[in-house]
Design a protein around this ligand. Structure first.
Ligand SMILES: Cc1ncc(COP(=O)(O)O)c(C=O)c1O
Length: 411
């Protein structure tokens, strides 16, 4: 079928009449293609997939059982609208128990989301008018940036560099940008750098937000996965509730990515705006899933068990990479390890970008990673690779070491 008038009707935000005709191949598509090609040219050699951004295991049995039971009850069948009270109360309890955040009012300061991604997608529609600015940490999860642009706003990047502990330098934001800025996106512990925020940093954020009338959105998708220090909530800092919200997700902390459940908590006006927008997008997550979510939030020891596995795997990856000459350090949180790429391999390939290095690893050694070139060339290894039990995990890590040892890197 030839081109119809439909092609000419696409909104400019999606590229207008050029929609779907873009020939540039994006990073993740390139990785997928390189993966397919490498597997085809090395039949029988297993891929070591360290590029995945989601848990390798199922939700815990108690959570699954709760869903089974609740799914059978007629009272759970209908629209959930802006959520059930039990889930909001469980969210407030969870914030108090895990993060020491007291005084969150379930009625006015908490709402659920069908995962944190749609919450991030909706927030710009509450505040962004054409010409407004969203401050975004880079590299990072880009959803709020995309939607800011779709509403005619613009995005000011805050680069995360090693010298700054992967925390943004807020003082470096020019005065005219600060004036136009309405939203500040933070994500700690951070994907992809694995860095954690400090209380002092969050305190500074509250101060700057107040001085410049900016709303803070702290994406806490990985917050409960902290190694060596206690999880830190932005909402535990005095004044945080006056300037912003924090979004918590059950995806990573409870192995529930496919279930789609999150909550946003904090400033009552932001929550009210989100409620209005959300009510016009969806009719709420299935009540049985929300009730299973209540069970999960009341059992944070599940996260401790998940965390122990990632910590074990990350320590092994760090040790192997350091033996190869990388400068790998145990991340403060998340399940990611973010390391600077080597310049090349001895007597051979030079790498001009992390994307090239990542492509080399997949092509030569069938090791899949995610490259980031936004603020220096780094690659991200994820501890969520699939493995058959503890013995399987050991085998994957030993195989990773064997394949990496076959390469001699130059830094
Ligand atoms: C930083 C960050 N925020 C949010 C999300 C989305 O999570 P959810 O499953 O809650 O939508 C992800 C998923 O990878 C993420 O990495």
């Amino acid at each position: 079928m030839g081109e119809t008038y439909i092609q000419s009707l696409f909104a400019e935000r999606l590229g207008g009449a050029m929609f779907g005709k873009e020939t540039k191949i994006y990073k993740f598509e390139k990785i997928k293609r390189a993966k397919r090609a490498a597997m085809a040219s090395h039949p029988g050699v297993p891929l070591i997939d360290l590029g995945v951004g989601e848990p390798d295991e199922m939700a815990f049995p108690g959570v699954v059982k709760k869903l089974q039971k609740e799914a059978e009850k007629p009272e759970n069948r209908g629209y959930a609208d802006n959520g059930i009270q039990e889930f909001k109360e469980a969210a407030a309890r969870y914030l108090a128990r895990v993060y020491g955040v007291k005084g969150i009012h379930p009625e006015t300061e908490v709402l659920h989301g069908i995962g944190s991604k749609p919450v991030l997608a909706m927030l710009p529609s509450i505040f962004i008018n054409p010409g407004d600015v969203t401050l975004m940490t880079v590299p990072g999860y880009p959803v709020m940036a995309t939607h800011t642009r779709w509403y005619g706003g613009s995005v000011h990047a805050l680069p995360l560099t090693e010298e700054n502990g992967f925390l943004p330098d807020l003082d470096a934001v020019p005065a005219d940008v600060r004036k136009k800025a309405k939203l500040l996106y933070l994500n700690y512990p951070n994907n992809p750098t694995g860095a954690g925020a400090t209380r002092a940093f969050f305190e500074k954020v509250v101060r700057l937000a107040k001085e410049n009338s900016i709303i803070v959105v702290q994406d806490a998708a990985y917050s409960a996965l902290m190694y060596g220090s206690k999880p830190l909530s932005f909402l535990s800092v005095p004044g945080a509730k006056d300037v912003g919200v924090e979004i918590h997700s059950l995806s990573k902390a409870y192995n529930m990515t496919g279930w789609r459940l999150a909550f946003v908590a904090g400033n009552e006006r932001v929550i009210a705006g989100y409620g209005t927008v959300k009510d016009n997008y969806d009719s709420g997550q299935f009540k049985a899933i929300q009730k299973a979510g209540v069970y999960a939030l009341d059992h944070p020891e599940i996260t401790d068990r998940i965390k122990a596995k990632y910590e074990r795997r990350l320590r092994s990856l760090v040790a192997t990479l350091n033996e190869m000459g990388f400068e790998a350090r145990m991340p403060a949180g998340t399940f990611y390890l973010y390391v600077r790429m080597p310049k090349g391999v001895k007597g051979g390939r030079r790498f001009a970008s992390a994307e090239e290095f990542s492509e080399y690893l997949i092509t030569e050694q069938l090791i899949s990673t995610v490259p980031w070139d936004d603020a220096g060339p780094y690659i991200r290894f994820s501890a969520t690779f699939e493995a058959n039990g503890r013995a399987g995990e050991k085998r994957v890590l030993a195989e990773f070491k064997k394949r990496m040892s076959g390469l001699q890197f130059e830094f």
